[in-house]
Design a protein around this ligand. Sequence first.
Ligand code: SAM
Ligand code: DTB
Ligand code: SF4
Length: 328
Amino acid sequence: MTTPIRHNWTAKEVLELYHLPLTDLVFRAAQVHREFNRANEVQRATLLSIKTGGCQENCSYCPQSAHYDTGLPRQSLMSVDTVRESAIRARENGSDRFCMGAAWRQVKDGPEFDQVIEMVKAVSETGLEVCCTLGMLNDDQARRLKEAGLTAYNHNLDSSEEFYSKIITTRKYQDRLDTLERVRKAGLSTCCGGIIGMGEAIEDRCGLLAKLACFEPHPDSVPINTLVPVEGTPLENQKQSPVDPFDLVRMVALARILMPRSRVRLSAGRLQLSREAQALAFLAGANSIFSGEKLLTTSNPDVDEDQKLLDDLGMTSVVPREISLPVV
Ligand code: SAM
Ligand code: DTB
Ligand code: SF4
């Protein structure tokens, strides 16, 4: 039997699946995963913060918001050469995707965006998939990114529409949806997911997944982040109610069932996750991780530790396309 790919999931249906016994849910997700993907292959993506801190938005989880004092040093836009070197290193360390993040509310035309366009070209030349996350975009900016060789644009919905207004007030859920629409219109893939552990209800988690699953096409990748509670942000006290790893596994399994072909990425929060929990998440359909000791500003497991985990599980990494690397 072939599992149909649907774009009409309701939050209620997702909630029903959420409450299945964990082993039933994981088994179902694993079946879908094996039907659509190479179940023992994991993509490694490296993140780089190309412009850090001082962001005008007030996302309650984010250490880079100018609204909160988190002690994070600000850093202006990096040079193209630094980014190129970092991408080459990422490739050498086993990544096949490189994602550049800027703490911007929105992209502004001018020399800084021109520099980002050059960065996209430089990373694309290394043979890696290129992803950017720069805040809101207009049509022309999306088109320029596509022409420069961008593979995908990351713009998360983070949670349900209902919960969203409790964690961010400087922009609306609809603003996010509008940018995602422009990204799709420009022919770019979307990378869109969310965060759990912010104090949201299970209904909010299911609402987020249902919304993502109604996108046509589904997001090319779905990052599932667990909140990294950072001191100085309004969500710092969430560290007292950490996410149960089984809840994360449920999110991964649901994302896999709802979006059979998407890359489901185990994203922020992996440092707190045991090897066993990660293995269960891979069984449930996770097939991508962020690789490298840093996410954007917070810590992530060592590359060697991840390599050992994949080796011990008998899993392999996606190999980037062949290219003769420029000498640096
Ligand atoms: N400014 C851009 C934006 O918001 O789209 C790009 C950068 S932003 C840091 C990218 C994503 O990182 C957010 O949408 C959020 O899902 C995730 N994120 C940020 N801080 C986090 C934290 N403390 N824990 C987990 N995920 C986080
Ligand atoms: C995503 O969903 N998670 C990544 C990436 N997309 C850009 C970012 C995680 C950031 C975690 C907090 C930090 O390191 O600053
Ligand atoms: Fe952080 Fe992005 Fe929100 Fe800015 S828009 S505060 S960088 S999550």
